[in-house]
Design a protein around this ligand. Structure first.
Ligand code: ATP
Length: 421
């Protein structure tokens, strides 16, 4: 991308889709009308400079973002607008793909380390200073012909070019220790290094226990976001390198085997979408799999799992080896169903990936369960049995189950053929 050669002008027309440009034009019109300057900020600027398409549109209004968003909603076809008076921010949801976050430019003060900040209006320059890293502290003004100079007070472009994650000031990690995890997430994602001084500050922050000062819900959220990264492996290695996984549980060990599994999981991203799985859960379970049952349960409680979920997951995750042994020995669809139906979808995907390359037969059976067996609906229902003269007594449920298993093993039989089997 141009900035890497030192050119600081970005032509948004080259970077963004027509759809987005139309949206920006409307934002610009509202900006002119209200006499408030507006800027694209944060991730979208960083990613545009890297030539990466970013879905999240963050906008800073030098003025009142809430009223700006309400006015903007009148001109664009947005599903809804959500406003947060306390933070002077708003979110405009255009559709399932595009969402615009609007914030009033602001400065933030931290009353004490790791507290939530106090917010006051400011200029874009001050707004940039409250941000986490230089590469996230750049802005592009939405104006005129969309050929905009990158607003870059802290040399973000230079750090982007040199692949460095750098904080803006020495107190950054003290102010907000979530930045420790964010730094490793971005370093992992873009294969960047921590700038030398930033690394010293980060290490100091960890040894001084800054992460422990954060409320657990905030820390937990950062872990989830990191595990959800498309390629989380490098960031997880960094969490391990700086002993941050200990915050989840001191017994978590991220060895070669764990990393190998995560690597394999990253390759089957399409399954997460197909089966509506939250990716972070899979990575999380892989990291937890060497824990004892009570340690595993402790962590799940910490992550707000319900008792029902804990029961479900600890059966699958902690008994993986036994389950795979059982799968090896069976072959009928009904047998595969009986074993896997009890197990969470996340565990099944982990089992599938683990058996791939090492036990092709089990891999084939698990895949068959996911794609051919899991969603089969029984053809025979209670009313069919009653019509056949079977009385609804205590054996009725097992009778129905018998027909369902029969159906699974004879998948092409019609209802009538099943009933007469
Ligand atoms: P991603 O691609 O992961 O969405 P992003 O940079 O858009 O990355 P967000 O978490 O959406 O990340 O935050 C948007 C912007 O807000 C960041 O680029 C950064 O400028 C600022 N920001 C977010 N979290 C913090 C924080 N903890 N401290 C300071 N600035 C932050």
């Amino acid at each position: 991308m141009e900035v890497l050669e030192g050119i600081k002008i970005i032509d948004l027309k080259e970077v963004f889709s027509t759809e987005l440009l139309v949206l920006l034009k409307k934002i610009e019109i509202v900006s002119k009308k209200r006499g408030e300057r507006v800027f694209l900020v944060g991730g979208i600027v960083r990613d545009s400079l890297l030539g990466i398409w970013s879905k999240d549109i963050d906008i800073v209004v030098e003025g009142d973002a809430i009223n700006f968003s309400l006015e903007l909603k009148k001109t664009i076809d947005a599903e809804k607008v959500i406003t947060y008076e306390k933070f002077k921010t708003a979110v405009l949801v255009i559709d399932s793909k595009i969402k615009i976050d609007l914030a009033s430019s602001r400065v933030e003060y931290y009353e004490y380390p790791a507290s939530l900040p106090i917010v006051e209006n400011s200029t874009i320059k001050e707004d940039m200073y409250r941000r986490d890293f230089t590469i996230n502290s750049m802005a592009l003004e939405i104006e005129g012909n969309f050929s905009s100079e990158v607003i870059d007070f802290y040399n973000g472009q230079e750090d982007l070019k040199n692949k460095k994650i750098k904080v803006l000031h020495n107190l950054s990690f003290i102010d907000d220790p979530t930045r420790i995890i964010r730094a490793l997430r971005f370093a992992g994602r873009y294969k960047f290094d921590l700038e030398k001084k930033t690394e010293i500050l980060l290490k100091d922050g960890i040894s001084e226990g800054y992460l422990k000062k954060l409320s657990w819900p905030r820390l937990k959220q950062e872990f989830k976001i990191l595990f959800d990264e498309k390629n989380s492996m490098r960031a997880i290695c960094l969490l391990d390198k700086y002993n941050i996984l200990e915050e989840i549980h001191p017994m978590i060990k991220c060895n070669e085997k764990t990393l190998e599994k995560i690597k394999k999981i990253e390759k089957v991203g399409k399954f997460f979408e197909i089966f509506k799985i939250e990716k972070w859960l899979i990575i999380f379970f892989i990291l937890l799999e060497n824990l004892e049952k009570n340690e595993f349960n402790q962590v799940l409680i910490k992550f707000d799992f319900t008792n029902k979920q804990i029961k479900k997951y600890n059966y699958g995750i902690l008994k993986k080896t036994e389950i795979l042994e059982k799968i090896k020995k069976i072959d009928l669809n009904s047998e595969i169903y009986i074993i896997l139906n009890k197990i969470s979808i996340e565990t099944i995907v982990i089992l599938m990936v683990e058996s791939q390359n090492s036990d092709e037969e089990s891999y084939r059976k698990i895949k068959k369960y996911l794609f051919e067996i899991k969603d089969v609906k029984p053809k025979i229902r209670g009313e069919d049995l009653i019509k056949k003269g079977i009385k609804p007594n205590k054996f009725f449920k097992s009778k129905l189950n018998y027909y369902f298993m029969l159906q699974l093993d004879n998948i092409h039989l019609k209802k009538i053929e099943l009933l007469n089997f």
